[in-house]
Write a protein that binds this ligand. Structure first.
Ligand code: 3PY
Ligand code: MG
Length: 240
């Protein structure tokens, strides 16, 4: 499980990366983290010996390339809805011959302590790219998406997915229809030897998704941790 950050702080990123946790993800889509915030956060996470993950703003080559150049070990790309969009995403994240990532990972070279020649040789397998499955269109095409060469994993956004499946009625990360859809995503991942991931959030949801075959999950969301810590303190000193 990895933690999920929405707040732009290299100090906090370094603290979270020192928890017994498998990585730290920067949410650059819905969090308040821009690239100039993300670069020192990625460095702080990497310095702590953990993989830095970035959920980028959109499926766009420049946005994907810049976080990889900054040393991110994995990229999660939102709203990937078709085979063609997945192919475009893989092209953005992988060097030739697999893709068309543009050269310039100078910070990544420092992070990994590698020569340009070695990084060029190894980057495609070292850095992972995940397509988010979070719309009806993505779910309908998930078997085709999962079969795209060079894709490393699928990552379910259960909030958007449940909004889509309920036709806007609500957000329900563990509704029967959400879990049914997620079983289909997990099966597509399994069939293609991909990592199955999802945004989970709470311990209960992490356990539910893990039982369905998900192994790459986000929990420990920075704002939730702060709220939970502050509320438990307020509760403990109530009446003082
Ligand atoms: C979703 O659940 O839709 C996400 O994108 C995770 O934050
Ligand atoms: Mg989403």
């Amino acid at each position: 499980m990895f933690s999920w950050m929405t707040m732009p702080s290299a100090q906090l990123a370094g603290q979270l990366a020192r928890l017994p946790i498998e990585g730290v993800c920067l949410d650059m889509q819905h969090g308040m983290i821009g690239f100039s915030d993300a670069a020192p956060m990625i460095a702080a996470i990497s310095n702590a010996g953990r993989p830095a993950i970035a959920r980028v703003l959109w499926n766009e080559p420049g946005l994907i390339g810049q976080v990889l150049d900054a040393g991110a070990a994995a990229v999660i790309v939102p709203m990937v809805n078709s085979k063609a969009e997945t192919e475009a995403m893989v092209r953005s994240a992988k060097y030739p011959p697999r893709g068309g990532r543009s050269w310039g990972g100078y910070t990544a070279l420092q992070t990994y302590g590698m020569s340009p020649a070695d990084y060029l040789k190894q980057a495609n397998s070292m850095t992972l790219v995940f397509a988010m499955i979070e719309t009806q269109a993505a779910l309908d095409a998930v078997e085709e998406i999962a079969a795209v060469p060079g894709l490393d994993g699928l990552f379910v956004g259960p909030s958007d997915l449940s909004i889509a499946l309920s036709k806007g009625v609500g957000i329900d990360k563990t509704a029967k229809y959400t879990l049914e859809a997620m079983k289909r995503v997990a099966a597509a991942a399994r069939k293609n030897n991909l990592v199955a991931g999802a945004f989970a959030g709470t311990a209960e949801i992490i356990k539910t998704y893990a039982a369905m075959g998900y192994s790459f999950m986000a929990g420990a969301v920075d704002v939730d941790l702060l709220q939970a810590g502050a509320s438990s303190l307020m509760k403990a000193v109530k009446g003082v």
